[in-house]
Design a protein around this ligand. Structure first.
Ligand code: IPE
Ligand code: IPE
Ligand code: MG
Length: 554
């Protein structure tokens, strides 16, 4: 955190973004310092981190702070519309660091890295995005990004070995230490043995490999790419310094020489200056009054619930008799791509435009009193599309979750689909909103992302097989109810009405179990062109249908 390299990296950001970069860095550093203060017991240090975090939460709502670092962070968050709620987990992790850490293996170590560092780096990425120079990672590079972050953490840990050991800490996984018998004891006793040296050599090589991810920045804005590539070069120089330190590593944190740093930074400054001078950046607009700081408790959330905004023409929903209302409407939101093509726009524009229609459906569903609305946003088959289109769809969903335009409505939000291949930050955002809204009682909105009906059925069958194998269920007695209980959301009712826009008449692998007796409604408008009146129209049509479920008409 005290690494002067970070200062140099912030200097590579466009001028307009630097104050926010400094604010984030300062906040992370202060929290780290609070967690490390040697004059206090761990419990006291944990309390200080917690108090700082709580104060930030209140001050974000107030829009100001008397503490200079928090004030800078509050100001940046409001100016750039950053949602700092994802930092809450990182702050809790810093608090818990005060109690010492032990990692059995690399997986445990990596999980810690992920929770403690990734949210901070992600905030910087949001900043770039807000300014109009996104640090977008291609989906097939997400794994590189993860390695890169792990490499940064390992570089930091090796650099700070002396300071950590002085506090009795060794933030390395047991698995790595055990590979060099005796190394751990030697390090803890301050002895630079052959085993200790071999361990450090192995770990610097590993870190070098992890931070060297040239493909990670392919296709990225050149300014943003320069920041990341320079970070990687600085880390390699730092690892060289660790390797060169020898026994001095146990006395103080090694730093690369001025010459080594200059060799990296001088060309990077020229490159980034040129890149930013060619990019029109968006300066922040006026400050927004408040930004959510952390996950409020569900109770606090519910007191702030507001009714849905009315339709722009003031149209009100039709009156549908209670026994004619569908309990569950599922929608295949189709036609975004064709909507864009029809206007000569790139397909991704269609997906961006589709977000407003999805909000409309939520508003319309609340107004008409629907209990369950399920939206098909991204199918397991949609991975066949171009990476750019996929990134836009998933990014639009993530941004929408972060901005939270439906957050204060009486909507319980949840996600149906599988996390495989989805960006980590999207998964986090989905789970966050699910937790935040879990006690709402109005509309249940299920968004299907990376969802496939056959995938769902296969996984459910596997879960049943496991239950049978474990002896929890007799395979001879398995019935439909048992199957339904093993679905990912067992409380999701059957779909009464399945509505598809975009002039196609097919199901496209959507909710096969739940739609087996659904009424079908196909309309021709492309998704970005529909609004809540179309939902009401579909429900009105449904209310006139005769459903027999295999029985005979009376
Ligand atoms: C639906 O719109 C949205 C998703 C599948 C994610 P499309 O992108 O399928 O639009 P068309 O069908 O190509 O017009
Ligand atoms: C179905 O639409 C999936 C979603 C709306 C998310 P597609 O556009 O992918 O379906 P096909 O390819 O026309 O069947
Ligand atoms: Mg389509």
């Amino acid at each position: 955190m005290h690494d002067p390299g970070i200062y140099a990296l912030i200097q590579l950001m466009p001028t307009v973004l630097r104050p926010a970069g400094w604010a984030l860095w300062a906040a992370a550093t202060v929290l780290d310092d609070l967690a490390d203060q040697r004059d206090a017991e761990p419990a006291e240090r944990a309390a200080r981190v917690e108090a700082w975090t709580q104060a930030l939460h209140c001050e974000l709502a107030a829009g100001t702070s008397r503490d200079p670092v928090r004030h800078a962070l509050v100001d940046s968050a409001l100016r750039w519309r950053l949602d700092l709620s994802s930092l809450r987990g990182a702050m809790i992790s810093t608090r818990d660091d005060t109690r010492g850490r032990h990692f059995a293996d690399w997986a445990a170590w990596r999980a810690w890295c992920n929770g403690a560092i990734t949210p901070w780096v992600d905030q910087v990425r949001h900043l770039f995005e807000r300014a109009g120079a996104p640090m977008t990672l291609r989906l097939d590079r997400q794994q590189d990004y993860q390695w890169f972050i792990d490499g940064a953490r390992l570089t930091d840990t090796l650099t700070d070995l002396s300071a950590d050991l002085a506090q009795g800490d060794l933030f390395l996984p047991q698995e790595a230490l055990d590979a060099f018998p005796g190394a751990e004891d030697d390090l803890r006793q301050g002895s630079w043995s052959q085993a200790a040296a071999a361990l450090v050599r192995e770990l610097t090589a590993l870190a070098r490999q992890w931070v060297t991810r040239p493909a990670m920045t392919t296709g990225m804005h050149p300014g943003a790419a320069t920041v990341l590539n320079t970070a990687a070069s600085l880390m390699r120089a730092q690892l060289d310094a660790v390797d060169a330190a020898g026994h001095a590593l146990l006395k103080r944190a090694p730093r690369p020489s001025l010459a080594a740093r200059t060799r990296i930074l001088a060309p990077a400054r020229i490159r980034s200056k040129l890149a930013w001078s060619l990019t029109p950046l968006t300066a922040p607009g006026p400050r927004r009054p408040t930004v959510a700081a952390s996950e409020p408790s569900p109770e606090a959330d519910d007191t702030a619930l507001r009714p849905p905004p009315p339709h722009r023409d003031g149209v009100r929903p039709p009156q549908i008799a209670a026994d004619r209302m569908p309990a569950h409407v599922a929608v295949i939101m189709d036609g975004n791509g064709r909507w864009a093509e029809q206007r000569g726009l790139p397909r991704p524009e269609g997906h961006r435009a589709g977000t407003a229609a999805a909000h409309e459906m939520v508003h319309g569903a609340l107004e008409i009193g629907l209990r369950h609305l399920t939206l098909y946003a991204f199918s397991t088959e949609n991975w066949k599309r171009d990476t750019e289109e996929i990134t836009t769809i998933l990014e639009a969903i993530r941004r929408d979750l972060d901005e939270g335009p439906i957050r204060d409505l009486d909507v319980r939000q949840r996600w149906l689909g599988h996390p495989d291949k989805l960006p980590q930050e999207l998964v986090q955002a989905l789970l966050r909103e699910e937790r935040r809204t879990s006690t709402r009682t109005g509309l249940t909105l299920t968004v299907c992302i990376n969802y496939g009906g056959r995938d769902e059925i296969t996984r459910t069958a596997a879960a049943l097989a496991q239950a049978a194998h474990a002896g929890d269920i007799d395979p001879h007695l398995i019935g439909q109810d048992d199957f339904a209980r093993h679905l990912p959301h067992p409380d999701m009712p059957d779909v009464d009405l399945l509505w598809r826009t975009g002039n196609e008449q097919r199901i496209s692998n959507f909710l096969p179990w739940h739609t087996s007796y659904a009424e079908l409604c196909f309309t021709s408008d492309y998704w970005p062109d529909v609004d809540r009146r179309d939902l009401w129209q579909a429900i009105t049509e449904y209310s006139r249908r005769q459903r027999r479920h295999g029985g005979a008409t009376r």
